[in-house]
Design a protein around this ligand. Structure first.
Ligand code: FMN
Length: 150
């Protein structure tokens, strides 16, 4: 399998972008052809053609909702039915456990990707306020997991 990975992020205040950038740098350092995409520019029917291995780094806002930039993407993903059966993906969510719908968007996105046929290569992470530490611990397992797919 080619070592291509697409890393998508959805953010309001930049935390998810920072994490996605770190994952992108780590993947490149491990020899992957990684591309970084803001979900506000993504279209559901492009997911499968960008790369069959994907990582989604997304925060939750409002009341368990996507960052406003990603609302159009997620709305379209809810009505369109791209075939994601060849996609292997993981979701790294950022949230705050003071909110009732902790990591709500990460959960909903994971569920929809799975409904569309996507298969995970790692269980979803639901990071809390100390997302930096959670990411640092997770990064080596992420690299090991994608290397196992190549
Ligand atoms: C107004 C507001 C609403 C939020 N709503 C939620 C929520 O419903 N669930 C959750 O887990 N986190 C919620 N958060 C926390 C953010 O997801 C968290 O701060 C995250 O790190 C932001 O990442 P970003 O900069 O990539 O958007 C909320 C934060 C704010 C300020």
């Amino acid at each position: 399998m080619p070592k291509d990975i697409a890393i998508y992020y959805a953010t309001m205040t930049g935390n998810s972008e920072l994490v996605a950038q770190r994952a992108h740098d780590a993947a490149k350092a491990a020899g992957w052809n990684s591309t970084l995409h803001n979900l506000c520019d993504a279209k559901p029917d492009e997911l499968a053609s960008n790369a069959q291995i994907a990582l989604f780094v997304v925060s939750t806002w409002g009341d368990g909702e996507p960052p406003s930039d990603a609302e159009d993407f997620f709305g379209a993903l809810g009505t369109e039915t791209p075939d994601l059966s060849a996609m292997r993906y993981a979701v790294f969510g950022l949230g705050d456990s003071d909110y009732e719908l902790f990591n709500g968007f990460a959960r909903n996105l994971d569920q929809r990707l799975s409904e569309l046929g996507g298969k995970t290569y790692m269980a979803r992470v639901e990071a809390d306020r100390e997302f930096d530490d959670t990411y640092a611990q997770w990064e080596p397992t992420f690299i090991e997991a994608i290397n196992g797919l190549a």
